[in-house]
Design a protein around this ligand. Structure first.
Ligand SMILES: NC(=O)c1ccc[n+]([C@@H]2O[C@H](COP(=O)([O-])OP(=O)(O)OC[C@H]3O[C@@H](n4cnc5c(N)ncnc54)[C@H](OP(=O)(O)O)[C@@H]3O)[C@@H](O)[C@H]2O)c1
Length: 181
């Protein structure tokens, strides 16, 4: 597949942005571990989670939206998490991770409203991958069922393929079901 030069330049620009401003050090989306209580909240760890989970995807959106063509169908999805749902939060905990994913969801929703004015064939989605076998979920796996990363990717692609034209600014799971904001 031939990737347009303008697209490659944007990718390099985003890499530079992320390594200089969003990722001062190697950090993962869960940063230093989820809090069980508000007493464990740490400003630095919380900021890092917002940088990785909300600011990073927002910058990617900023740089990629201008490259999307008006007359061609496109889907742009960000990896969110069900625990970012405010309406579905019944057990608390994980304040920084939840809040950073809720912020991501708001970014997706807000961008979708602006984008729909110029890009009617674009769908923007916040996407929950399911509980996937990765380093992030490992410490919390217990006896919970987890799916392999390649199966999760397949599920998510199927869900994205089922999004119809005109559906945008949505929060969905790997099986295509809607999640409460
Ligand atoms: N796993 C789950 O069950 C689950 C559930 C809900 C939502 N999610 C969301 O899905 C997304 C992916 O999660 P995951 O479980 O795959 O997380 P992960 O195991 O922490 O993997 C994060 C990925 O980011 C890369 N990465 C981290 N820091 C980097 C850096 N400084 N430079 C370049 N690459 C870096 C890692 O690369 P390396 O492989 O090279 O380390 C890895 O590929 C996250 O947004 C997470 O919140 C995951």
């Amino acid at each position: 597949m031939k990737i347009p030069l303008q697209m490659l330049q944007r990718v390099s620009a985003i890499r530079a942005l992320i390594s200089s401003s969003v990722r001062p050090a190697r950090c993962i989306s869960m940063a230093s571990g989820p809090e069980k209580t508000i007493r464990a909240l740490d400003a630095g760890a919380m900021s890092k989670q917002f940088a990785v989970n909300a600011v990073g995807p927002a910058l990617v959106l900023k740089h990629f939206l201008p490259l999307i063509v008006r007359n061609r169908r496109a889907v742009f999805a960000c990896l969110s998490a069900r625990v970012g749902s405010i309406g579905d939060n019944h057990i608390g905990g994980w304040m920084s991770y939840r809040a950073s994913k809720a912020a991501l969801n708001q970014i997706v929703r807000t961008a979708s409203i602006e984008a729909s004015r110029k890009l009617p064939l674009l769908s923007l989605a916040a996407l929950h991958p399911g509980t996937v076998v990765t380093a992030l979920s490992e410490p919390f796996a217990g006896s919970n069922r987890r799916v392999a990363a390649d199966a999760a990717a397949g599920n998510m692609l199927s869900a994205l393929n089922r999004i119809t034209e005109g559906e945008t600014g949505i929060f969905i799971a790997y099986d295509g079901s809607r999640i409460a904001w």
